[in-house]
Structures are given as C-alpha cells and as structure tokens.
Design a protein around this ligand. Sequence first.
Ligand SMILES: *Cc1c(COP(=O)(O)O)cnc(C)c1O
Length: 372
Amino acid sequence: MEYKIYLSPPHMSGREQQYVREAFDSNWIAPVGPNINVFEEELCAYTGSKHALALASGTAALHLALLALGIGLSDVVLCQSLTFVATANPIVYVGATPVFIDSEPVTWNMCPNALEDAIRHYIRIGKRPKAIIVVHLYGMPAMLDEILYLCKKHDIPLIEDAAEALGAEYGGSKVGTFGTIGIFSFNGNKIITTSGGGAMVSISPEYLERARFLATQAREPSRHYEHHEVGYNYRMSNVCAGIGRGQLEVIDERVAQRRSNFQFYQHYFEGIAEIGFQTGIAETFSNRWLTALVIEGNRASPADIQTALLAHGIESRPVWKPMHCQKIYETLPRFGGSVSERLFERGMCLPSGSNLGEAGRELVARIVRSCF
Ligand SMILES: *Cc1c(COP(=O)(O)O)cnc(C)c1O
C-alpha cells in the first residue's frame, strides 16, 4: 500500500551516503569495519553507556541478551504484555517461558504491582524468575525506580527493551542504561534507522563480550574453525553502520521533531474531551516516537478514525495487541488486570514521523477532529 502520509517513515540526514561511500571505497562490505566501531563508540557517547555492540536487529539483541544472562530451558522470564511481539519471541527462542505482566495506565508500561505479585508467586513455588523485560513503549520511560527496586530486592536482572526509546530519559539519564542490559532497534520505522539493525548496551563488558562471541558463530580462538557452542550470525553490516553514523548525528533533532508532533496534536485536541494521551511520570522525558491516543466515549472509535485517515491515504495503527491476547501466547501465565487490553481496544497511533511537517500533521489532526 502506498500512503500519502506514513506512520513513521525513514528520515535521512544527507550524511549517510558519505559513510556508506567510505565503506565502498575501503571495501569494508562486511559485518566488520570502521563504521561499526565508530557507530558503537558514538552510541555509547550518546546514551552514556559504557559498552555497545551493533547487531543485525533489535530482536537479535534481545535474543543475545537472554543468552548472555544464561537463560535457557524452562526458566521463567517476566515480560511486559503490551508490546510488539519481538519483545517476547526471543524468550521462546531460548526455551524459557514468558510470563506476561499488565501495564499501569500512566506510562502504559509494566505495572510494578503486577510485577511484584508475579515475582512473589514464582519465588513461593521455587521458580525464581531469571529476568525481567521492561519496554519503554512508544518512547515513554517505564516506572524504573519501582521496577529496579524489585529487581534489586529479589536479585533478578533487568533487560530494557528500549527499541522504540532511543533518546528518552529517566531522571536525566538515557533509558537503556538502567538495566543489566539494554537494547535498541534501528529498523526502518524507528526514531533513527540503519535500514535494519539493533544494538545492545551494558555497563558490564562480560555480557557484551559473550554476546559478541555468540553473534559471530561462537568461533573459539583457534587457527581453524573450532566450535564448542551453537552460535549465530547476528552482527551489523559495516554498510548499515554507515547509515547509522549519519542518523546518529541528527538524533537530537529527530527527538525534537517527534516531540513537536506530539505537542501539536495535544494542543489541537485540547477541546475534545474523549481524547487522552500516554502521559509520563515526573523527571522523565519521552522521545515521543509515536503519538499514541486513547479514544473514550462513543462519538468515534479508534477504528472510525483509522478509516477516515485511510480515506485520505494516511497510515495509522492500533496500539500493540497485548501478548497475553495473542494466539501463540494466550495460554501462558499472566499477572495484573486489564489495563493493556483496554489500551488495545481504545488506543491508536497517529503519523509521527520526524519529516511529517506542519502541513502533514495539520491535515491528520483536522481529519481526526472531524470524526467528533
Ligand atoms: C521494533 C521493536 C523490536 C524489534 O526490533 P527489530 O530491530 O525490528 O528486530 C523489539 N521491541 C520493540 C518494543 C520494538 O518496537
């Protein structure tokens, strides 16, 4: 489908092709090379993390994070239910069991109370959870203080799925750097892109070293090809890292543009009582990757609004369908209430690209308003 306005299209800075050309000129057309090293360094500098590993995707980064933490067969991993399926699938890749945790209604992320219930339950039955995966949905920081308190108290590592949240902050520090391991995605629809790609960050070099080893086919140091473990081919290409370098140079602008879209929509819909937004908690800063709404009342449903936008060639999306409602995961254990289900039923995402422009968002907002 060709849209006139896309939900979250790529937005090049113009500098990407220079770094891609350097890759061609130096013939580093491979999953190693200078662009990768610089991209990893710059990602560390931007996020304030100690170490970074550029990878083929955010999904690969989550898979390696679980492996680096030694999670395997029939281990319990507590996972935010309201998210994209790529958060949960890697738990199954390693043979562990996802247990889904509902959201709280403020940030829409993992509810600390439901999380605590789940931790207590699994400790009581002698199956201490091996990890917690929290998501910063649509770039909105989760309630990290409460979640980190529980992680510390019960000695459970935290994986931050910051795939959508590069540039978002909690208490003045970038999200992704609070957990034992954090991951980012550079898929085509994310706030910056390498066409496809991801990264893992951690303050502990041993996790990154372990992930780097597994990402390069678990090749033992030896002259010949020696393997003692099953590995993966998960590294980022030096060509893609060139795109990433050009993108990372303008990340602050991209965050400002996305936040400006959100502020515009919020202001425009002030008079419509039925429209609510994903709100943050104090001392946090969302990158507003996507502007997400909830539509209350019965004047218009999210589906009505999506239909009206589609008639003008405008792409919009429902809020993620919770994992505990998905066919593949509906029989698995879950904790908490129905906040995530309600957000799925009443929520939607508006076009939020950093290249949307004044005219684009004006048109979107006018069509949405006409539904009420
Ligand atoms: C995009 C996304 C991922 C997966 O990242 P890819 O780079 O597409 O593999 C994981 N989690 C969330 C929340 C995402 O939005």
